[in-house]
Design a protein around this ligand. Structure first.
Ligand code: FES
Length: 135
């Protein structure tokens, strides 16, 4: 069986096809993929700066964002003991549960008895003048 090699014209066409293919499929710079988030604005950054905290709702979840020493954190204010809603006490820099007295740090950590677990937290950022929470 005779093998037939491509003519120089055919090779040129082949190389052009490979180059076009590489350009389109192999070596194109990859565009950055936009981050997919479900960030929800719970309020204005100006209000957070003014009061030191802001309450909001991210879908069906309650959120309290606090700002302490330029660090913003966001928690679900539902107490991990029996489900009361904790209050942010700016003078103590803590969340305090009105039902049985448990306290939590601004980031929801450091639970005191009778609560045994930290508050649930959310990723939060301030962008475009808004406080954005990801649930
Ligand atoms: S419900 Fe919060 S301490 Fe009991």
């Amino acid at each position: 069986m005779d093998r037939q090699f491509a003519t120089s014209g055919d090779r040129g066409l082949l190389f052009r096809a490979i180059r076009v293919h590489s350009t389109f499929y192999g070596f194109q710079p990859v565009a950055p993929t936009p981050a997919t988030t479900n960030a929800i604005a719970i309020g204005d950054a100006a209000d957070l700066d003014k009061a030191g905290f802001i309450k909001g709702q991210a879908g069906d979840k309650p959120v309290v964002a606090v700002k302490v020493k330029d660090k913003v954190t966001a928690v679900n204010p539902t107490c991990t003991h029996k489900g009361c809603v904790v209050d942010w006490k700016a003078d103590q820099q803590k969340f305090v549960c009105p039902c049985h007295g448990a306290t939590f740090a601004a980031d929801g950590s450091e639970p005191t008895k009778p609560a045994g677990k930290p508050l649930a937290t959310y990723t939060v950022k301030v962008e475009g003048g808004k406080v954005l929470v990801e649930t």
